[in-house]
Design a protein around this ligand. Structure first.
Ligand SMILES: [Zn+2]
Length: 303
């Protein structure tokens, strides 16, 4: 169950209780089970709060989730999530602060970072089948020397499923350089073993064949279109446009991974017509990840 429109959204969540009920429904679709002993024999104290009969433990729907220690009302969080999923090109902390009328920029910034963490589904599937890979530089102006990573620039490894009809799902990863070791490590995180990797023939991809992948290099000269990895290049140009448009290129290297997660979340759901479905998904994932203490967030402001 998810809101279909802004009006729907406002109707569904008029009060704190309504938000708590919704979280309960998303977190325990089969009904509450005790957070301590797992028993389903529990009574509801009030919205979002339950008492286990066998062990007497009092559980709350926000305990152990991203919302655990929040001092702000949940309906404000819900508005933040609704706003985030409705901005097609991503959001800035300033944009969120204005949209919600938050007094503090810091709060908006912190919430955005937390929601970006929630955009990564815990234990998410890796890509499989035929996967195209290439690297691209983010930040900086000139393109640097391949393999090492140029000054002031960040290197991103792009993996794209080739569905035969076009682009399937994507994964992005920061890498220290386009070396065989860096590419192997990042590929393990993004792509199932046994998958076929198409690359442009750069040496850094050669080691993939030794560690459980089928490597199918296509050199640019051999490619019929003159482009060995067109899908990865298309993702790279969208990524760059998003980077310059939404974030004005002003993101420091220690935040980049979080922004890539946001881009991936939005990209992989680009065909989902319903923003409400995205809302549901982000709420669900916020409940699946644990609390994020402020000190676990990047130390410097950006974006
Ligand atoms: Zn119990």
């Amino acid at each position: 169950m998810y809101p279909a429109s802004m009006i729907d959204f406002m109707d569904m969540f008029p009060t704190e209780e309504a938000c708590l009920e919704y979280l309960g429904m998303v977190r325990w679709p089969e009904g509450y089970s005790c957070l301590r002993c797992g028993s389903k024999d529990a009574s509801k104290i009030r919205s979002g709060y339950y008492r286990c009969r066998p062990c007497r433990y009092r559980g709350s729907v926000i305990f152990g989730t991203l919302f655990q220690d929040t001092r702000k009302p949940l309906h404000l969080w819900f508005q933040a999530i609704w706003y985030v999923v409705n901005q097609k090109n991503g959001v800035s902390a300033l944009g969120l602060q204005k949209a919600l009328g938050l007094g503090s920029y810091h709060t908006a910034w912190e919430w955005l970072h937390k929601l970006r963490r929630a955009m990564v589904r815990p234990g998410r599937d890796k890509l499989s089948g035929l996967v195209e890979m290439d690297e691209t530089f983010i930040g900086g102006v000139r393109s640097g020397k391949r393999g090492r990573g140029a000054e002031g620039k960040m290197l991103v490894l792009i993996a794209v499923e080739d569905t035969g009809k076009g682009i399937g799902r994507i994964r992005l990863s920061t890498i220290p350089g386009a070396t065989g070791e860096a590419i192997n490590n990042a590929t393990f995180q993004m792509v199932d073993l046994g998958s076929t990797i198409r690359s442009d023939g750069w040496d850094g991809y050669n080691m993939l064949a030794n560690v459980g992948y089928v490597h199918a290099p296509v050199t640019h000269a051999l490619a019929a279109s003159g482009d060995a990895t067109p899908l990865a290049h298309r993702v790279a140009s969208l990524l760059k446009r998003w980077w310059l448009g939404t974030h004005q290129g002003a993101v420091s290297p220690d935040h980049l991974a979080c922004y890539l997660d946001e881009f991936t979340f939005r990209f992989n759901r680009r065909t989902s017509r319903s923003r409400g479905k995205l809302f549901y998904r982000l709420v669900e994932q916020a409940l699946q990840i644990g609390p994020i203490p402020g000190k676990a967030l990047p130390a410097t402001y950006s974006g």
